[in-house]
Ligand binder design. Structure first.
Ligand SMILES: Nc1ncnc2c1ncn2[C@@H]1O[C@H](COP(=O)(O)OP(=O)(O)OP(=O)(O)O)[C@@H](O)[C@H]1O
Ligand SMILES: NCC(=O)N[C@@H]1O[C@H](COP(=O)([O-])[O-])[C@@H](O)[C@H]1O
Ligand SMILES: [Mg+2]
Length: 389
C-alpha cells in the first residue's frame, strides 16, 4: 500500500456522504494515512467539514447533486455516513465504476427498516421482534392490536430515535402516528415492533474485508428516547449469548457483503439474542473504542475500506457519555470544568455549528483498567460537568 501526501494527484481519495461526529473521526484517521478527504453534508461547517481537505454542502436527497459531486471529485471510495441519502445516486455511481462502502445494495437495505428487517428475519432467518409495516393510522391500529402493547413504532427511515415512540395502549397510537412525522428520512411507512423486554442491549462492532471478519468486544449501552446516552465496553455476557451475538453479526454482515465496519445492534434476554438493526458504518455507541482499542472503530473502518489487516488490541475497559445540548443557538458554546481533564479520560467536542435541545454536541470518554462499571461511573461523573449556552 502506498500513501502519498494528500492533494497529490496519485493519493487515494475518500468521500464521506454525511459529515457528522462519526465521519469527523473517520476523516482524521484517513488523514493520518495521507489520504485525500472530501466531506459532504446538507449543512455548512458540519463536524467532518472542519477537518477534511474539501467540503461540500448539497441536498443529500437529490440524486443529481450527489452524482455531480462524485463525478467532479472522482473518489476511490464513497463512504455513506448518514441514512438519508438518495440511494439511486449510489446505485448509479456504482454502475459508473465508483466503489461505494460497503456496497450500494447494503446501504439500500440498511437505510430502510423494511428492507433490513425482511432481509434479516425472512431471508437470513435471524431472530427478531415480531413486526408489521403500516402506511396509515387505520393500518397502525390493526397492526398494534395484533402485535400487542406496548409496541415500538418507528418510521422506516430515521435515526437516533427521530420519529420513534412506544405505544402503551390504543389511545397512544394517534400521538405515535403524528410523532413519526418527525422522522429524519421517510415516514411514509412505519414499522410496528413487539416491545422486547431485554436484560441489556449491545452493539457488536464487526469489521470485514475480503479475507477477514473481526469483532470488537461487545458494547453495552443505554438509550433515552431512541438515542444513546451512555455506552461501555466490554459488556459482560454469558459465553452462549456472546457466541450467538457473533454468529448473528457474522451472518448479517456476510449477507450484506463489502468492506467496512458495521454496528450490529442486538437485544439480549437470558441467552436469547435478537437482531434489531445494523449500520454499515461506525456506530455512535462505538465512540468508546477511541479509548479502549489500539484501532478505534474509525481506524478499523478506514483499514477495512483500504483492504488492510483488521487486527487490533484491547487496552482495557472504557465508557462514553454523550453530551446533548440544553439550548437552541446558532453559536453554541460548550463549557467544561477543568476537573474534566483527568488522566484516564478525554473529551471530544464535535464543533457542530448550531445546537438544538437534545442534539449531541460532544462526548466524554473514560478508561478503567479493571471494570466497565467503574469506567461508566467516571463517564457519568464527567458529563455532569458539561454545560452549554
Ligand atoms: N422492539 C424493541 N423493543 C424494545 N426496545 C426497542 C425496540 N426497538 C427499539 N428499542 C429501543 O430503542 C432504541 C433505538 O431503536 P433503533 O435502534 O431501532 O432506532 P434508531 O433511530 O435507528 O437508533 P440509532 O440510529 O441511534 O441506532 C434501541 O436501541 C432500543 O433501546
Ligand atoms: N445514530 C446515528 C448517529 O449517531 N449518526 C451521527 O450523527 C450525525 C448527525 O448528527 P445531528 O443529528 O446532530 O446532525 C451523523 O452525521 C453521524 O455522525
Ligand atoms: Mg439503533
Amino acid at each position: 500500500m502506498k500513501f502519498a501526501a494528500p492533494l497529490k494527484s496519485n493519493s487515494t481519495k475518500i468521500m464521506l456522504l454525511g459529515s457528522g461526529e462519526l465521519g469527523k473521526e473517520v476523516i482524521i484517521e484517513a488523514q493520518r494515512l495521507g489520504i485525500e478527504t472530501i466531506a459532504v453534508d446538507s449543512y455548512n461547517n458540519a463536524p467532518a467539514h472542519l477537518v477534511a481537505n474539501r467540503a461540500y454542502t448539497i441536498n443529500m436527497k437529490n440524486k443529481e447533486e450527489i452524482l455531480d459531486v462524485i463525478r467532479k471529485e472522482k473518489p476511490d471510495y464513497i463512504l455513506p455516513e448518514v441514512e438519508a441519502i438518495n440511494i439511486q445516486a449510489l446505485f448509479e455511481a456504482e454502475k459508473e465504476g465508483f466503489h461505494v462502502i460497503p456496497n450500494a445494495e447494503a446501504v439500500n437495505k440498511t437505510m430502510n427498516r423494511k428492507n433490513i428487517r425482511e432481509f434479516a428475519a425472512e431471508t437470513l432467518n435471524l431472530p427478531t421482534s415480531a413486526y408489521k409495516f403500516v402506511k396509515s393510522l387505520d393500518e397502525l391500529e390493526i397492526a398494534a392490536r395484533e402485535i400487542g402493547f406496548p409496541c415500538v413504532i418507528k418510521p422506516v427511515m430515521s435515526s437516533s430515535g427521530h420519529g420513534q415512540s412506544i405505544a402503551r395502549n390504543e389511545s397512544d397510537l394517534v400521538e405515535s402516528w403524528e410523532l413519526a412525522k418527525e422522522a429524519r428520512g421517510d415516514a411514509s411507512e412505519l414499522i410496528v415492533e413487539e416491545f422486547i423486554t431485554f436484560d441489556y442491549e449491545i452493539t457488536m462492532l464487526t469489521a470485514r474485508n475480503e479475507t477477514q471478519t473481526v469483532f470488537c468486544e461487545p458494547i453495552g449501552h443505554i438509550q433515552k428516547n431512541g438515542d444513546y446516552i451512555f455506552s461501555w465496553q466490554p459488556m459482560e455476557m454469558t459465553e452462549i449469548a456472546k457466541e450467538k451475538a457473533k454468529k448473528i453479526a457474522k451472518t448479517v454482515t456476510d449477507g450484506l457483503g463489502g468492506r467496512g465496519i458495521f454496528g450490529v445492534e442486538l437485544f439480549i434476554r437470558g441467552d436469547e439474542v435478537y437482531f434489531s438493526e445494523v449500520s454499515p458504518r461506525p456506530h455512535d455507541t462505538g465512540m468508546v473504542t477511541m479509548i479502549t482499542q489500539s484501532q478505534s472503530e474509525f481506524a478499523l473502518h478506514v483499514r477495512a475500506v483500504l483492504g488492510l489487516p483488521l487486527d487490533y488490541i484491547d487496552y482495557g475497559c472504557g465508557a462514553s457519555a454523550a453530551y446533548k445540548a440544553k439550548a437552541d443557538t446558532f453559536n453554541p458554546v460548550i463549557e467544561v470544568d477543568d476537573s474534566v481533564f483527568t488522566k484516564d479520560s478525554f473529551i471530544r467536542v464535535f464543533g457542530k455549528p448550531q445546537s438544538h435541545e437534545g442534539r449531541r454536541m460532544a462526548v466524554a470518554l473514560t478508561f478503567d483498567k479493571s471494570s466497565s462499571k467503574n469506567a461508566l461511573d467516571k463517564a457519568k461523573e464527567l458529563i455532569k460537568k458539561f454545560s452549554d449556552y
